[in-house]
Design a protein around this ligand. Structure first.
Ligand code: NAD
Length: 267
């Protein structure tokens, strides 16, 4: 559909080497966008970018640790230089460390805060600086942050992770307000994905068994599906399509919103 067409848009996807980020990069490219993959996994990220190029998209890879400000500066510059602009940021990079509240380890929690909260905040900062009038790209744009259904429900053993994803939700709202008030021309939204069997998703299913909450990973997955009106786990494409929608002109008046993409699990 014409309203979903992203021809001419220039996107940076963090954590784009694999999993949901890879799917989002593919979907943005399929909708016509040029795509920069940013990740700490260099060879995997380069392979992902090469597949995007082979499919006919303009694409590149940049090494980006989202917790490092200097990496953000370099990644935005590489995106503008390689793609000729920058008007879509998908703040997708994230980590999940499972722990019962009684077992939370401060260093593991701090690492998760760093990647999931500081990383997302720095992405917003550098996207705003580049996309706002007189920035290095200067044409406004759209940011989609990846929160989680974990920000909308109480699932055991992910209190720390849920807290980081609730923070992503609030960052989204305040950033959208600032961008609007200050005339940046940037919409900011987030999605709350349900469980998707990526590397992170499958590890979580194993972790909750180790925490003594379920008899097996299948039982954990079954309990999640049972709580989901659509009756299945999420798929990478479900999240990728939602991201394309939020970046597109079809979502032109959607701003500061959080979109559940969870089959109804979090309602
Ligand atoms: N899979 C799920 O069930 C699920 C559900 C809800 C939300 N999410 C969120 O979706 C996002 C993607 O998850 P996924 O399932 O694809 O996970 P994944 O572990 O499969 O992939 C995450 C990617 O992020 C990259 N990454 C990690 N730390 C980084 C850093 N500091 N800088 C740059 N890149 C970094 C990894 O190298 C990897 O390529 C995460 O934010 C996650 O919290 C996932």
């Amino acid at each position: 559909m014409k309203q979903f067409d992203l021809t001419g848009r220039k996107a940076l996807v963090t954590g784009g080497a694999r999993g949901l980020g890879e799917g989002m990069a593919q979907a943005l490219a399929a909708a016509g966008a040029s795509v920069m993959v940013g990740d700490v996994l260099t060879s995997l990220g380069q392979e992902t970018a090469a597949r995007l190029s082979a499919s006919g998209a303009k694409a590149g890879f940049v090494k980006l640790d989202v917790t490092q400000e200097a990496d953000w500066e370099a990644a935005v510059k590489a995106t503008v230089d390689t793609l000729g602009g920058f008007d879509i940021l998908i703040n997708n990079a994230g980590i999940e460390v499972t722990a019962l509240v009684a077992d939370i380890e401060p260093e593991a929690l701090r690492k998760m805060l760093d990647v999931n909260i500081v990383g997302t905040a720095l992405g917003l900062k550098h996207a705003f600086r580049a996309m706002r009038p007189n920035g290095s790209a200067g044409k406004g744009g759209a940011v989609v942050n990846i929160s989680s259904v974990a920000a909308t429900i109480a699932f055991p053993a992910i209190a720390g992770y849920s807290a980081t994803k609730s923070a992503v939700d609030r960052l989204t709202r305040v950033a959208a307000m600032e961008a609007g008030k200050l005339g940046y021309g940037v919409r900011v939204n987030c999605i709350y994905p349900g469980l998707v069997p990526t590397e992170m998703g499958m590890k979580l299913a194993g972790d909750v068994v180790a925490a003594g909450l379920f008899a097996s990973p299948d039982a954990a997955v079954g309990a999640i599906v049972e709580q989901t009106p659509s009756g299945r786990l999420g798929e990478v494409g479900d999240m990728a399509d939602a991201v394309v929608f939020l970046c597109s002109d079809a979502a032109r008046f959607i701003n500061g919103a959080g979109l559940p993409v969870d089959g109804g699990m979090g309602m």
